[in-house]
Design a protein around this ligand. Structure first.
Ligand code: RIB
Ligand code: CA
Length: 312
């Protein structure tokens, strides 16, 4: 079977880095490019980090495009406390040699999708949805060319991780999320409800570190630094590994389960700004616009991740 064309839209970000490595290690996927967005750290750093990550995996050929430097309406909120001021947990990755592509990420998204066949490309946003929303607003003709959007973001029973109501990616740009969730494109959402069941325990981090490759050693260091804060906050034996769940879903969907729901984005109240309002119990007649994933076989997930990272 031909590899599945995907585009990763990302704010690297330590867990983003691991998601990109998982995609690069998986021949089932054809990574057409990485588009970067401001999120965990400002755009200049997410764009540099995406190239550092690709080069460490020996993939200086991957096209990296810089996108939007701020949300559509709200001021940028970043997350250096989780990802370090460099955005990669201060992992000692070499400065990138590979160039940033000259085209703006939003323009490249539009051009590459318009050139694709119907349902040609799967979009994998793992940061704020600004680039995706701007591409949809700029050229609605891309919608039938998107096979599916599989995103990391949101939370419902698990609440939020940035405010009591909102998860970071949606909180940063709730208006972009509203554009995406009302676009009609087939959506699958990996919210905190599932990523909080994918815990980076010391044993799982050690298994990655034991691979002894440059990528694995960097990934293990990032897992340890990124997870520490949440492990303490949630009093668990490891922090959640969010973004790689998106890629793992494409590789082995049977690791996950969920249900089709109506999901709306709160953009009016400051108290719940960026909340993903999931109609899990079918209380309304609203369209079920999103597959909401809430369960994961975490042992299979970390086995897949470790096996694939060994290949890089
Ligand atoms: O809430 C977790 C999400 O926010 C992840 O994508 C992480 O990288 C940050 O972007
Ligand atoms: Ca991210």
């Amino acid at each position: 079977m031909a590899p599945r064309p995907i585009i990763i839209d990302s704010d690297p970000g330590t867990d983003d880095a691991i998601a990109i490595w998982l995609a690069l290690a998986s021949p089932e996927l054809d990574l057409l490019g990485v588009t970067t967005v401001a999120g965990n750290v400002p755009l200049a750093l997410t764009s540099k980090n995406a190239r550092k990550v690709c080069e460490l995996a020996g993939r200086g050929d991957v096209k990296v495009f810089a996108g939007c430097s701020r949300p559509m309406l709200r001021p940028l909120v970043t997350a250096e406390s989780f990802h370090g001021h460099d955005g990669l947990g201060h992992a000692p990755l070499p400065e990138p040699d590979m160039p940033l592509q000259p085209q703006h990420a939003v323009d490249w998204l539009v051009d590459s999708l318009m050139a694709a066949g119907d349902q040609g490309v799967t979009l994998c946003p793992i940061g704020p949805l600004t680039n995706i929303a701007m591409a949809i607003v700029k050229e609605p003709g891309i919608l039938p060319r998107i096979r599916e959007i599989v995103l990391m973001g949101g939370g419902f029973f698990a609440g939020g991780n940035t405010t009591p109501a909102a998860e970071f990616n949606i909180h940063v740009d709730p208006h972009a999320a509203q554009v995406v969730f009302t676009s009609g494109v087939p959506l699958t959402m990996m919210p905190l409800d599932v990523t909080h069941k994918a815990l980076m325990t010391a044993e799982r981090i050690a298994a990655v570190r034991a691979l002894e490759t440059p990528v694995a050693k960097a990934a293990a260091g990032m897992m340890a630094s990124y997870g520490a804060h949440d492990a303490e906050k949630y009093a668990r034996d490891g922090g959640p590994l969010h973004d790689p769940c998106v890629i793992a879903y494409l590789l082995e969907p049977a690791i996950f389960s969920g249900r089709d729901c109506n999901v709306r984005i709160e953009t009016a109240s400051e108290a719940t700004m960026g909340m993903t309002v999931v109609d899990w119990w079918g209380s309304t007649e609203e369209p079920r616009n999103c597959r909401v994933i809430d369960e994961i076989d975490d042992d299979r997930f970390f086995k897949l991740l470790t096996e694939r990272l060994a290949a890089l």
